[in-house]
Design a protein around this ligand. Structure first.
Ligand SMILES: Nc1nc2c(ncn2[C@@H]2O[C@H](COP(=O)(O)OP(=O)(O)OP(=O)(O)O)[C@@H](O)[C@H]2O)c(=O)[nH]1
Ligand SMILES: [Mg+2]
Length: 272
């Protein structure tokens, strides 16, 4: 189930859906132990408001059209609600393009549980081609006087994995919360571009066969033909590097055309 946040837009529902279908997409999953502030951060980002009452079992995906660095993006935020640490992680590991792992700076246990989330994400991302940005968030910065996790500890945990680190508060200014979500979008874009970067494939120019022995082209495990030892028959001329053509291979998850639901609803939250 998914809900649509954001400004009211002109036009009918089918136009809206068409617009959404053409937007690049970014899926952000918020993870962390109970009470860390995932729902509060989600709602703060989507509505600029802070919630003080919440449904701890609520897990949902919210959709919002955002402009980040003058470019539109269809942002989906999964506000998860694991009971006590990571369980059934496949639902977000295979869905998210970026992860936000949240703990509360005034709760050491919530920080300890973050280690488990970071470990799971790190193991997962090792097996996939495209890297998924991860942001470690120390929430409830307004509770400084009750702090149990130092900024240095948060920062060094993030550094250990090569992830980004922030301290925020869902009940202080909206701009710093928005900044974190937009930075996640920026990182996803960067990663997508890196992934689309030119991957050269060397294609042979069509040339007449030479009357020389041939080498059998054998596909290597990377899909690039390799040549077995020059032996008996005749072979097709291997081009010098200067003659090779460079082909750009593009694969874009951002261009996939999944439909986004358009409910306008703030489910389960009381907003003050
Ligand atoms: N002071 C303060 N309280 C916060 C902040 N963020 C959340 N809270 C409060 O902390 C409690 C838990 O916040 P939630 O956003 O529901 O936490 P959650 O991570 O979604 O928890 P689950 O849904 O149970 O997994 C609520 O009472 C919030 O009002 C914050 O930045 N500062
Ligand atoms: Mg919640």
């Amino acid at each position: 189930m998914s809900s649509m946040f954001g400004k009211p837009r002109a036009g009918n529902a089918s136009n809206d859906r068409n617009t959404q279908n053409h937007l690049p997409e970014c899926n952000i999953a918020l993870l962390g132990c109970r009470g860390a502030g995932k729902s509060a951060l989600t709602v703060k980002f989507l509505t600029k408001r802070f919630i003080s009452e919440y449904d701890p079992n609520l897990e949902d995906i919210y959709t919002s059209e955002e402009i980040v660095d003058q470019q539109p993006v269809l942002l989906r935020v999964m506000d998860t609600a694991d009971q006590d640490g990571p369980v059934n992680c496949e639902r977000y590991l295979h869905w998210a393009s970026a992860f936000m792992v949240v703990y509360s700076i005034e709760n050491k246990r919530s920080f300890d549980i973050c280690h488990r989330y970071l470990e799971i994400i790190s193991l997962h991302t090792k097996g996939v081609q495209q890297d998924h940005p991860v942001l470690l968030l120390g929430n409830k910065l307004d509770m400084e006087r009750y702090r149990q996790v130092s900024k240095a500890d948060g920062s060094s945990l993030a550094t250990k994995y090569g992830y980004m680190f922030y301290e925020v508060s869902a009940c202080l200014d909206f701009e710093s919360v928005r900044q974190v979500f937009h930075d996640a979008v920026r990182e996803v874009r960067r990663e997508t571009e890196r992934n689309l970067a030119v991957r050269p494939l060397f294609i042979a120019e069509e040339k007449p066969y030479l009357s020389l022995p041939i080498a059998t082209a054998v596909s290597s495990k990377h899909g690039i033909p390799t040549f077995s030892t020059l032996s008996t028959v005749s072979y097709k001329e291997i081009p010098p590097v200067a003659q090779a053509k460079v082909i750009t291979v593009k694969s874009s998850r951002a261009q996939s055309k999944r439909k986004a639901p358009t409910l306008t609803l703030l489910k389960g939250f009381k907003i003050f």
